[in-house]
Design a protein around this ligand. Structure first.
Ligand SMILES: NC(=O)c1ccc[n+]([C@@H]2O[C@H](COP(=O)([O-])OP(=O)(O)OC[C@H]3O[C@@H](n4cnc5c(N)ncnc54)[C@H](O)[C@@H]3O)[C@@H](O)[C@H]2O)c1
Ligand SMILES: O=C(O)C[C@H](O)C(=O)O
Length: 331
């Protein structure tokens, strides 16, 4: 029997990530080739005409799974009955800025849109915050949407996770699909900790630790970490615009794994509400290794954390505590 369509909100849909993301959703990359979708596209009035152009192109592309497009500048209309919300709307940083430098512009958007989602979204809506500072925007959204369970609110660190997979695959000379179980801990910022201590590469002789295959701890504990931490800035420097196709693709990966489940023996990184796991203060949106099944994520427990990693997990948590305080000052 044909499935009922799922309503997916994309905010900031007239922007660069929006333009890369909506065709992926309409083509079935996010929820699979048999899942019809209705897209709700939100942007602000100055972008209304451009948003309408995106709607026209979606119709012109004749996507078989696309059952409707709502393009609006009205937050309530956009949030009505949505099952999934991908929050991209906001302002990107420019060259030379840190992601938290756009905090004062962006957190107030998340407070306002939290209320609309709280009141009008479908029960059990799943929310992914992409706009920066992503973890703190998601935390503000959580705090101002009291009826939405915290397990339904997340932020995007899958792009950092995918960047880490890409760096390891290039260095090891293997296919990226043979690398798994890297971890991004903490903030989607330059304090994030890309960790390969539990990551493995599939070889003809089975799975081997990344550290054994790459055999270069100086690189893994040095340039690898800074390359992933600084990749967003490197893209801005090169393109004069922040990452868009990789962000859109990673947002699809995030939702797909959350809704459809992670493969057996694999975890992915998601920014989720911390419960104190791995000695991280509770009450932050912190990126952890998670597995997903039945539409729910679970923090993967029991990994050993060495002294080097401990300091890095704590430093990125400390930045999130500071950002939380800064966000409340902005509101
Ligand atoms: N978490 C990540 O991995 C990641 C990756 C890339 C970019 N980002 C962030 O995503 C955000 C969007 O990036 P972009 O390159 O698409 O930017 P963009 O400027 O091209 O697009 C943003 C869109 O949001 C719209 N917008 C602004 N305020 C809004 C509001 N109140 N409601 C709805 N829409 C609103 C703008 O009009 C614009 O169309 C930025 O904050 C960027 O830093 C995050
Ligand atoms: O770095 C940025 O400002 C954009 C985005 O967060 C990224 O990681 O590419």
């Amino acid at each position: 029997m044909a499935k009922d369509p799922v309503r997916i909100l994309v905010t900031g849909a007239a922007g660069q990530i929006g333009y890369a993301l909506v065709p992926l959703i309409a083509r079935g990359t996010m929820l699979g080739p048999d899942q019809p979708v209705i897209l709700h596209l939100l942007d602000i009035p100055p972008a209304a005409e451009s948003l309408n152009g995106v709607k026209m192109e979606l119709i012109d592309a004749a996507f078989p799974l696309l059952r409707g497009v709502v393009a609006t500048t009205n937050v309530v209309g956009a949030c009505k009955d949505v099952n999934i919300a991908i929050m991209v709307g906001g302002f990107p940083r420019k060259e030379g800025m840190e992601r938290k430098d756009v905090m004062s512009k962006n957190v107030s958007i998340y407070k306002e849109q939290a209320s609309a989602l709280d009141q009008y979204a479908a029960e059990n809506v799943k929310i992914l915050v992409v706009a920066n500072p992503a973890n703190t925007n998601a935390l503000i959204l959580k705090e101002f949407a009291p009826s939405i369970p915290e397990k339904n609110i997340s932020c995007l660190t899958r792009l950092d996770h995918n960047r880490a997979l890409g760096q390891v695959a290039e260095r090891a000379g293997v296919s990226v699909s043979d690398v798994k179980n890297v971890i991004i801990w903490g903030n989607h910022s330059s304090t994030q900790y890309p960790d390969v201590n539990h990551a493995v590469i599939t070889t003809q002789e089975g799975e081997k630790p990344v550290r054994a295959i790459i055999a270069d701890n100086a690189w893994l504990d040095g340039d690898f970490i800074t390359t992933v931490q600084q990749r967003g800035a490197a893209i801005i420097k090169a393109r004069k615009l922040s990452s868009a196709l990789s962000a859109a693709s990673s947002a699809c990966d995030h939702i797909r794994d959350w809704v459809l489940g992670t493969p057996k023996g694999t975890w992915v990184s998601m920014g989720v509400y911390s419960d104190g796991s791995y000695g991280v203060p509770s009450g932050l949106i912190y990126s952890y290794p998670v597995t997903c099944a039945g539409g729910e994520w679970t923090i993967f427990q029991g990994l050993s954390i060495d002294e080097f990693s401990r300091a890095k997990l704590d430093a990125t948590a400390a930045e999130l505590v500071e950002e939380k305080a800064m966000a409340y000052l902005c509101l």
